[in-house]
Design a protein around this ligand. Sequence first.
Ligand SMILES: Nc1nc2c(ncn2[C@@H]2O[C@H](COP(=O)(O)OP(=O)(O)O)[C@@H](O)[C@H]2O)c(=O)[nH]1
Ligand SMILES: [Mg+2]
Length: 330
Amino acid sequence: MMKAPHIHKQVFRAPGFGEALARVKEEFGEDAIILSSRELKSGCFRSEVEVVAMPRDASVGWSPPQLSEGQSDGLLERRFRRMGLPAGAAATIASALQSKLGGVPSAMRQAKDALGDVLSEEMVFSGAIASETRAVALVGPTGVGKTTTLAKIAAHEALVKERKVGLISIDGYRIAAAEQLQRYADLIGIPMELAHDAATLGDALRRFEDMELVMIDTAGRSPRDDHAIRKMAECLHGAGEAVEVQLCVTAASTDVELDAICERHMPLAPGRLLITKIDEAVYHGGVIAAQIRTGLPIGYFTTGQRVPEDIEVASARRLSEWLCGEEVRA
Ligand SMILES: Nc1nc2c(ncn2[C@@H]2O[C@H](COP(=O)(O)OP(=O)(O)O)[C@@H](O)[C@H]2O)c(=O)[nH]1
Ligand SMILES: [Mg+2]
């Protein structure tokens, strides 16, 4: 069964910021979280503003920072802010970590285990693809690493777990993309099919009825093409079989990028988050930001270009190691 996405954010548009914020307050109350705001130009004389907001209690496990006595120097919190954590999350984690340690650690290295505990309490990780899940599609912006990641997962499932795996490409627009997936299918020694809409995806899934896992690769013509995203949603969710959609984002995404990516891909009803290119991120707070933005459990981290080695099941312990400055790859 597909999991419904836990995204509660909403877009508010109004002629001015004051009015937009008033609408946010009316909908979500005084302590609503403003995720982004921008001015939209519409016509020569009129302009409109757009505010994206969500209710405070939808921000997945993060409560507003509770500053206790004796915890006022804010050093840890500033450290987490520098790592790219959103303000509320930085305060919550800093205070949880400090109470776990009974003080501020002099070096992040010393906080690794305690931070791992804090992150596993505050974040949601889904583990590898569940054995009862048959069809999984990877979606996300061009170049995030969908095809490479799909090959890594397929290789692991087929060669290590010895499951019957099939690949489907619905990357209809670029021949090169289908060829890239075909090369991986040949290397792993598993079959690949092409599809371009709900009917042909349904056909391909039926031809793969013997397969225990079917991994579906996707791509859009342009990452900004909302029409293409809607067509992809119709395709993935109209093929007559439940397809688990995993949204891929890179670890180095900024808050603003994450916001745009999440908003654009919402029609695809993602049920999982997959974080790519951990090795390229200087700060790893973006992983936490991504979880807060989407509310989705994280399944995998990818850590390099090597197929199939550079992937692991996402965990609080590993994230904690990276936040504390350990090398991403051995
Ligand atoms: N450094 C790094 N590069 C990656 C990772 N995953 C994928 N890439 C690279 O990102 C580029 C785009 O990957 P691709 O799978 O074609 O992206 P897609 O457009 O989303 O399918 C390729 O050069 C990959 O080798 C990763 O975890 N780390
Ligand atoms: Mg691709």
